[in-house]
Design a protein around this ligand. Structure first.
Ligand code: FES
Length: 154
């Protein structure tokens, strides 16, 4: 066997060795398609699609909001959100990013304002600072009620 024959033989060998791996990889992609079925089931829920289409997503029910006074999530569309009814107009919802702008503690709704438990900053219902040490307002998000759901758009 000369050098050229050897290189050609090695090339065919490498192809023959890698072909089953390549076919297996293609086969596993095809085999994973049925595993994606739950995503299709999720997409089939019309209410979720409608909420996702306009950017609003449910954070809870109106009954839960009224019972607890506020709805909070530590992972809502990638951020922290707390929603409550406006003390001045209960038909209006208030949604803010619940991450305190001072050093990042989670603020709580106390019935009339957002209070930070770490260094006692207070935020007005519209997210503005009522008292420091925080100096920047809480980001405010859109919120609304549709049916029995409280929806927030981050
Ligand atoms: Fe909220 Fe310091 S982290 S006041």
């Amino acid at each position: 066997m000369n050098r050229r024959d050897f290189v050609n033989w090695m090339g065919v060998g490498a192809l023959a060795t890698s072909l089953p791996v390549a076919l297996a990889a293609c086969g596993s992609d095809t085999a994973e398609a049925p595993a994606d079925a739950p995503a299709d089931n999720t997409a089939a829920a019309p209410a979720d699609d409608a909420a996702a289409a306009d950017g609003f997503e449910s954070i809870g029910t109106v009954a839960e909001l009224d019972e607890a006074g506020a709805l909070a999530s530590s992972n809502f569309q990638g951020t922290q959100v707390v929603v409550t009814r406006s003390p001045d107009n209960p038909d209006t919802l208030i949604a803010v990013d619940s991450l305190c702008t001072h050093q990042g503690c989670t603020v709580d709704w106390d019935g009339s304002a957002f209070a930070c438990p770490c260094h006692a900053s207070m935020f007005n219902p519209d997210g503005t600072v009522a008292s420091g040490p925080a100096s920047a307002p809480l980001p405010v998000y859109e919120a609304k009620i549709e049916g029995d759901q409280v929806l927030v758009k981050v």
